[in-house]
Design a protein around this ligand. Sequence first.
Ligand SMILES: [Zn+2]
Length: 138
Amino acid sequence: MLEQELQIRRIDPEAMLMHEVGIANSILEAGHRELALRPGSTLVSIGVRVGVLSGVDIEALRFAFECLVAGTSDEKVRFVPESCPRTNRCTACERAFPSPAGSPFLDAPCPYCGSTRTQFVSGDELDLAFVEIEEPSS
Ligand SMILES: [Zn+2]
C-alpha cells in the first residue's frame, strides 16, 4: 500500500518542485505512521530508494524535505535517499545486471552471455527503505 502511494511519476517539468514536495510529504507521513505505533518515541531518520528512472531528482527531493521540516518538530529528522540503478535480467542465463547509464530506455545485451533478450527488473522504484525510530529511555 505504501509503495503504491509513493510511486508517483513526474508529469510536468514546471511542476517539478511541487511534485517533490508532495513526495517528501508522503515520506514524512509514512515516518509519522510508524511513530504513531510507538508513543513517546522520536523519529530519527527516514531512508528512501530512488530509482534512476523514477523521474525524481534526489537533490530536489532532499531540498523539498528540508523545507518541509524546517522550523517544525521534525527539523532534526535525517533524510537518507539512495539512488538505485536500472537493472535488467537476462532471459537466457537468468542473471541480473545493471544497465549502462546513458541509454536508460534501450535494452543492453547481457554482459555474461551476450544475449539481447533481457527483461527490465528495476530502476523506476520510489520506495521507503527504512524508518529509524528512537525508543524513549526508561
Ligand atoms: Zn545472459
